[in-house]
Design a protein. Structure first.
Lengths: 65, 261
């Protein structure tokens, strides 16, 4: 079964492509930001700066994002 | 575990780490089903295949207002209850809400060109959504402009609650003014006017996009908590350096004065 998009196919395809790009950018932003923050926390902990509670600032190191 | 327990950022990080994989899976499954149903939905008798833009435009338009609603509740949490995670939630939601609003404007414009003959019209609905988008950008700029997160949170909370006045204007603009935009056809008194063949894919896509927002929001909140930990550790590090240099200077001065004596 094929999908027929008619004479305004370019408008439909552009809409879905734009949504895909923006959602991909959001996902990328969240993942990169998480990696940056955890890397900075580990670096600070390696330099001897720790939280007053003594616990690691990166509480969930096994998380994938 | 009560809701108050979740106010603890460490508990929130632990709980959200367990919930996130399930949310990601549910979002992917629902988006796949929604996109499949949207692709094979029948053409509209007037709009033809361009009706498929509705399945992406309407969820984003709903979310543009829903996210501001979430931020408004979080702002109340900041100003009234001083909830530890409230301003984290508000700050993390703003870029996501701005993205959904941008998509609502863009896909609406792309839907408007073949249907209305124009990409843009300065009518009440379109203009009020554009104002919402500009308010999202203003809020993000405010968060960046004020360095102290707690001061920024209070200013942003006030701006968010003032901006919430725009939500009923957006919702009822199609009833209050004569606009190019069609009136409500899903959430209206007397039930939806949409046929099931359009309504079901639309609802699936709306739920999928809402789940996408919840997933991204929780992930962005986790990042914001970690960012604040980085900031506080950096401040501790800076104060240690300042303290040790003060001690060093004082001991040098003391030994110098002993040498003179």
């Amino acid at each position: 079964m094929t999908i027929s998009l008619g004479p305004y196919a370019s408008f439909i395809v552009t809409s879905y492509a734009a949504a895909a790009i923006v959602v991909a950018l959001l996902i990328g932003w969240v993942i990169i930001d998480y990696r940056n923050q955890t890397a900075r926390l580990r670096e600070l902990e390696r330099s001897g700066v720790t939280r007053r509670s003594g616990r690691s600032a990166v509480d969930t190191p096994k998380t994938t994002i | 575990m009560s809701l108050i327990d979740l106010a603890n950022p460490t508990r929130f990080l632990a709980l959200s780490a367990r919930v996130l994989p399930w949310l990601v899976a549910a979002t992917i499954i629902l988006l796949t089903i929604g996109l499949y149903q949207s692709a094979y939905a029948p053409d509209d008798y007037q709009q033809g295949a361009t009706v498929k833009i509705m399945f992406i435009h309407v969820p984003n338009a709903w979310l543009s207002m829903f996210v501001w609603g979430v931020m408004s509740v979080a702002s109340l949490g900041t100003l009234v209850w001083r909830h530890p995670l409230a301003d984290v939630a508000a700050k993390a939601a703003a870029p996501i809400g701005a993205s959904f609003t941008f998509l609502a404007l863009l896909t609406g414009s792309l839907w408007g060109r073949p249907m209305w003959g124009t990409y843009w019209e300065w009518d009440a609905r379109l203009t009020s959504v554009l104002i919402l988008f500009l308010m999202y950008l203003g809020l993000m700029a405010l968060w960046r402009a004020v360095e102290d997160p707690s001061r920024a949170a209070r200013a942003a909370a006030v701006l968010t609650l003032v901006g919430a006045l725009n939500l009923p204007i957006i919702k009822f603009s199609v009833d209050w003014w004569n606009t190019l935009h069609q009136p409500a056809s899903v959430m209206r008194m007397g039930g939806s006017t949409l046929d099931k063949s359009f309504l079901i894919p639309l609802l699936v896509m709306a739920i999928a996009f809402t789940l996408l927002f919840v997933t991204l929001h929780i992930a962005a909140m986790r990042n914001e908590i970690l960012r604040r930990r980085v900031r506080s550790l950096q401040m501790m590090q800076a104060s240690r350096v300042a303290f040790s240099s003060d001690v060093g200077t004082a001991s040098r001065q003391e030994s110098a004065s002993k040498g003179v004596a």
